[in-house]
Ligand binder design. Structure first.
Ligand code: HEM
Length: 422
């Protein structure tokens, strides 16, 4: 594992790196590529960035696609109007069959293009503004304290993923949407199944069907008696006047829950593990909580949990770093590749809460850039600050290999389990 001491990354531009056209395409390599250290991009990304920055890869579905690893290329690609996020395109580089089939059926707006995409994004944007999210801080703090009280009262050892990270991310999103008495494990299962590349289309459809059933029931209730929550707002402003159908509303609510829960859960759990591994960083945050916003952005960059979420198809031929991605080919913008590019970030493996100009792409880039990023930052700040302040004795509950379980089959990188005590 790379620690600041052992990191081999350099801020000096790699002399082997060239922007000239690669001589010949290397044979496709299998994708996804697993991480070695959970706090860094897979080590192979360094070689790809240097020698094969637009690389041919074979996906678990046996389809081929291109994988892009350089910071500048990732940003260029994600802001290029010639790329499409439409999951119905035959070469859309889904990492599992289930994701593609179910996605083509339910059409979550993250996997659509303008003008359809713009319509749903505009529908949600007012709820996620900085101002609206800032006003949520006291409520988020209260939920986080309640969840931590419950974890501490139950006594250690506890699984921090389910007892804290998943509980925080799920209850915040349920409160925003207006879902009462949230069943934490139910939501975790929905995301786990629908986000796993091993799930079949039937399994994904069944998991999403359960979620849509619960949401449809609530939509009916809020139609009768609106409240001050996101579901009521969308029912009153969009469904009732006929701007969206019931299916479209359910799909939009469903993707908001799925996109917001898993990523935030992963970030809280992995960040906690990193702070346990590097106690000097935890101590720095304990001594100076005002560092927390910068720390959260640095953790977002380093951990890049949504590494291979931005999946696209070239709608026309696209030239990038000396290669041409032919029209209709799938392409993946690797966020961990970009966020660990030494041309953009000095010593990218080093976790530095004082890093300046931290223009990471952990939330993506371009028209699909994460709509929930302000909320995500708020949740991370509150969850991590509260843990550092209230549980200074937090530690792993045994040997690392026994208490840390890494999740490898999911669209979002993260932990399945993190057993801690205090
Ligand atoms: C640390 C937490 C999070 C990370 C790392 C993250 C990451 C991302 C990334 C990389 C994208 C762009 C995907 C693409 O380009 O294809 C995205 C989009 C999205 N995220 Fe997040 N996200 C997080 C939290 C949230 C939260 C809390 C919510 C909502 C409550 C949310 C809702 C969404 C939605 C709806 C989209 C689709 C936007 C669009 O297509 O226009 N995310 N997220």
């Amino acid at each position: 594992m790379n620690t600041p001491e052992t990191s081999t990354a350099s801020h000096v531009a790699d002399p082997l790196r060239t922007d000239a056209a690669p001589e010949a395409a290397a044979p496709p390599r299998d994708f996804p590529i697993q991480r070695g250290c959970p706090f860094a991009a897979p080590p192979e990304y360094d070689a790809l960035r240097t020698h094969d920055p637009v690389a041919r890869v074979t996906l678990p579905t046996k389809k081929e696609a291109w994988a892009v690893t350089r910071y500048d290329d990732v940003r260029e690609l994600l802001s290029d109007p010639r790329v499409s996020a439409d999951i119905r395109r035959p070469n859309f580089p889904a990492l599992g069959e289930g994701e593609q089939e179910a996605g083509a059926r339910f059409r979550p707006f993250i996997r659509t293009d303008a003008p359809e995409h713009t319509k749903y994004r505009r529908m949600l944007l007012p709820v996620f503004t900085v101002r609206r999210v800032r006003a949520m801080r006291p409520a988020v703090q209260a939920r986080v304290d309640e969840i931590l009280d419950a974890m501490l009262a139950a006594g250690g050892p506890a699984d921090l993923v389910s007892a804290y990270a998943n509980a925080v991310s799920t209850s915040v999103i349920c409160e925003l949407l207006g879902i009462p008495g949230e069943n934490l494990e139910f939501f975790r299962d929905v995301t786990r199944i629908s986000g796993s590349r091993n799930s079949t289309a039937e399994q994904v459809a069944e998991a999403l069907g359960g979620l849509f059933g619960l949401l449809a029931d609530l939509v009916g209730k809020r139609r009768e008696e609106p409240r001050d929550d996101l579901i009521s707002k969308l029912v009153t402003e969009q469904l009732v006047p006929g701007h969206v159908t019931m299916d479209q509303l359910l799909s939009t609510l469903g993707i908001t829950i799925n996109a917001g829960r898993e990523t935030t859960t992963s970030m809280i759990a992995l960040s906690t593990l990193l702070l346990l591994d590097q106690p000097e960083l935890r101590e720095e945050l304990r001594r100076d909580p005002s560092l927390m916003p910068a720390a959260v952005d640095e953790l977002l960059r380093v951990l890049s949990v949504a590494d291979s979420i931005p999946l696209r198809v070239a709608a026309e031929d696209i030239d990038l770093s000396g290669r041409t991605i032919p029209a209709d080919d799938g392409v993946i913008a690797l966020l961990a590749g970009a966020n660990h590019d030494p041309e953009q970030f000095d010593e990218p493996e080093r976790v530095d809460f004082h890093r300046t100009d931290n223009h990471h792409v952990a939330f993506g880039y371009g028209v699909h850039q994460c709509i929930g990023q302000h909320l995500a930052r708020l949740e991370l700040e509150v969850a991590l600050e509260t843990l550092v302040r209230r549980v200074p004795t937090l530690r792993l509950a045994g040997d690392r290999d026994d208490v840390v379980v890494v999740k490898h089959d999911s669209a979002t990188f993260g932990l399945e389990e993190l057993k801690v005590t205090w």
